[in-house]
Design a protein around this ligand. Structure first.
Ligand code: FES
Length: 316
């Protein structure tokens, strides 16, 4: 659908916040906390951004975008090419980071720009009068977006800021936070990969069950490894066999052979490309499937995952 950029402002150092409203004046499709939209950028790239505003609002979608120095063109295009008044194409909101609204208590962890879906969740939980606590970690206060909004919110007492360059007594003490929680608390985390691995790893070490851990990666580490080899994929319907060289993804080879697999993030985050595996063992490189789903080896993300076996038979 088409929307108009109605406001754009700097939310913190290198973070711009955009407000998108309907181009026709109609209410926008409803969304749930944790949802994201695909934004079609002027340079042809499609990027996913979480909605940070309250799901009760039907007149606007708000996103926050960090200008990433390692940008592959997406965040730079948002910062440099988009302006107020411009029309952009977006997808309807999709939710891959759902809140378990039946949980008796929720613990929300945000690292840096990962605050966007977490802020949306906090507003939803507060509106429902739910028991929750939010921990927001950032390298420095000037790099943390929405601080004033959080400080002035009705749930300000439930928000804890942790700045890397701040005093020792405000640093994130994860072990003691996790230790105080009961066995029904659900944990949500979004942020840089290292931060998320730290939070999820600490919870797993403290015996939190996987069903209580919810995460959304917004930037993946490169999926290619220096020692990647080649392997084959066989297309079940046609019997066609394709060679995947070390420097190409399965999606790239399929695409060149005229076999279309829908993709969006191409980083193993969104799950758009998930394909059923009939035989062979994938080498999972994604952040979308849970460890239990990956262990079944009956599906994989061909945009980034590879093979441990010599051949993968795909249900295509
Ligand atoms: Fe997003 Fe493959 S396209 S996981």
């Amino acid at each position: 659908m088409e929307v108009i950029i109605s406001a754009m402002r700097l939310a913190a150092k290198d973070i711009v916040s955009l407000e998108l409203v309907s181009a026709t004046g109609e209410a926008l499709p409803a969304f749930e906390a944790g949802s994201h939209i695909d934004v079609h950028l002027p340079n042809g790239l499609i990027r996913q951004y979480s909605l940070w505003n309250s799901p009760e609002e039907r007149s606007r979608y708000c996103i926050g975008v960090l200008k990433d120095p390692a940008s592959r063109g997406g965040s730079r295009a948002v910062h440099e090419d988009l302006r107020v008044g411009q029309i952009v194409r977006i997808s309807e909101p999709r939710n891959l980071f759902k809140l378990d609204e039946g949980a008796s208590r929720s613990l929300l962890f945000a690292g840096g720009i990962g605050i966007t879906p977490i802020l949306c969740m906090a507003q939803r939980l507060a509106q429902q009068g739910k028991n929750f606590e939010l921990h927001y970690s950032s390298r420095a206060a000037e790099r943390a977006a929405f601080v004033k909004r959080l400080e002035q919110s009705a749930f300000a007492q439930q928000v804890h800021f942790h700045f890397d360059d701040g005093a020792a007594d405000q640093k994130l003490d994860l072990a003691s936070i996790l230790e105080k929680e009961g066995e029904h608390t659900h944990l949500y985390v979004c942020g840089p990969t290292g931060f998320m691995d730290y939070v999820l790893g600490s919870a797993r070490t403290a015996d939190w069950q996987e069903e209580r851990l919810h995460r959304e990666y917004f930037a993946a580490v490169p999926a290619m490894k220096a020692d990647d080899g080649s392997f084959e994929v066989r297309i079940q319907s046609s019997g066609q066999v394709l060679q995947i060289p070390a420097d190409k993804t399965v999606v790239q080879v399929l695409d060149a052979a005229g076999i279309m697999v829908p993709v969006s993030c191409e980083q193993g985050i969104c799950g758009t490309c998930v394909t059923r595996v009939i035989d062979g063992e994938p080498d999972h490189r994604d952040y979308f499937l849970t460890p239990a789903e990956q262990a079944k080896n009956d599906q994989f993300t061909p945009c980034c995952s590879r093979a441990k076996s010599a051949c993968l038979v795909l249900d295509l």
